[in-house]
Ligand binder design. Structure first.
Ligand SMILES: Nc1nc2c(ncn2[C@@H]2O[C@H](COP(=O)(O)OP(=O)(O)O)[C@@H](O)[C@H]2O)c(=O)[nH]1
Ligand SMILES: [Mg+2]
Length: 252
């Protein structure tokens, strides 16, 4: 009983320190939440307003590079940005590849942006629940824009729809990936679709295939944007499209 009380105070004081700007306390609080600690999860109830954007799409589409560019662009607009990267855990070693974090070269070097990797290992079933609490912790710590990069297109990705306020689907120019997204039902859930790698051949065709797919589904109001995260083209237009969805992601 005493142990429980001390733990609860611990979570509450970590939260207070995180609100005061301690990244170390925020990291510890997030770890507690990630491990499923009910007291830490309880401590972050009733978060202040923030907006979250789920960034999903097949592995290799460029989600990490795009998330990086987006985080920088939102931060330049005065947003307080936090990024949750859901790492695929290697089924062989059980280790989490921190590749996403390495690829986030721009925001990783930006003190204003908080980046946290979340391993999916052992937590597939309860991941959406804990992610939601992690996003709440980030909101408590003063982040108004929370980007959640998923690991790929699959069951966990459908869960992102219940966590994030909006969903951005990132595709590459390859047709096979687009078919996968259609099969998984992700296309119908996206608020914005990005065809990334627009510097490569096939991007225009991919955008037109996606447009047909969407028109077959629920109509054509979903923006489909050509972006090259690598060359940083189309990022401004993407931020504008996000702004149209969700003003509080881009204004403070
Ligand atoms: N040509 C090109 N390559 C890109 C672009 N964006 C990302 N990439 C590359 O695609 C690969 C996968 O990118 P990553 O962001 O890790 O994809 P993720 O698995 O969806 O997170 C990396 O080698 C990137 O450098 C782009 O706009 N154009
Ligand atoms: Mg990635």
């Amino acid at each position: 009983m005493i142990g429980v009380t001390v733990d609860h105070l611990d979570a509450i004081s970590l939260l207070a320190e995180a609100k005061d700007g301690s990244r170390r306390s925020l990291a510890r609080l997030l770890s507690l939440i990630q491990s499923g600690d009910p007291l830490a999860i309880d401590a972050v109830r009733n978060p202040p307003n923030s907006r979250s954007l789920g960034i999903t799409g097949p592995p290799g589409a460029g989600k990490s590079v795009l998330t990086d560019r987006l985080a920088s662009a939102l931060s330049d607009r005065g947003c307080r940005v936090a990024v949750l990267c859901i790492d695929p855990s290697s089924p062989v070693s059980g280790g989490s590849l921190l590749g996403d974090r390495m690829r986030m070269e721009e925001s990783g070097a930006d003190e204003r942006i908080y980046v946290r990797s979340v391993a999916t290992r052992d937590a597939v079933g309860s991941l959406p629940f804990r992610l939601s609490a992690m996003a709440d912790a980030l909101a408590h710590a003063g982040h108004d824009s929370i980007l959640i990069e998923t690991a790929g297109v699959g069951q966990t990705e459908l869960g992102i729809v219940s966590i994030a306020d909006h969903v951005l689907l990132v595709e590459g120019p390859e047709r096979g990936d687009i078919v996968q997204a259609e099969k998984a039902g992700i296309l119908e859930m996206a608020d914005i679709v990005v065809v990334n790698k627009a510097d490569l051949p096939g991007a225009e065709q991919a955008a037109s295939d996606l447009r047909s797919g969407l028109e077959f589904g629920r109509g054509s109001t979903v923006p489909i944007l050509l972006v090259s995260a690598l060359n940083r083209t189309g990022v401004v237009e993407l931020v504008e499209a996000i702004e149209n969805l969700s003003p509080s992601l881009t204004t403070t």
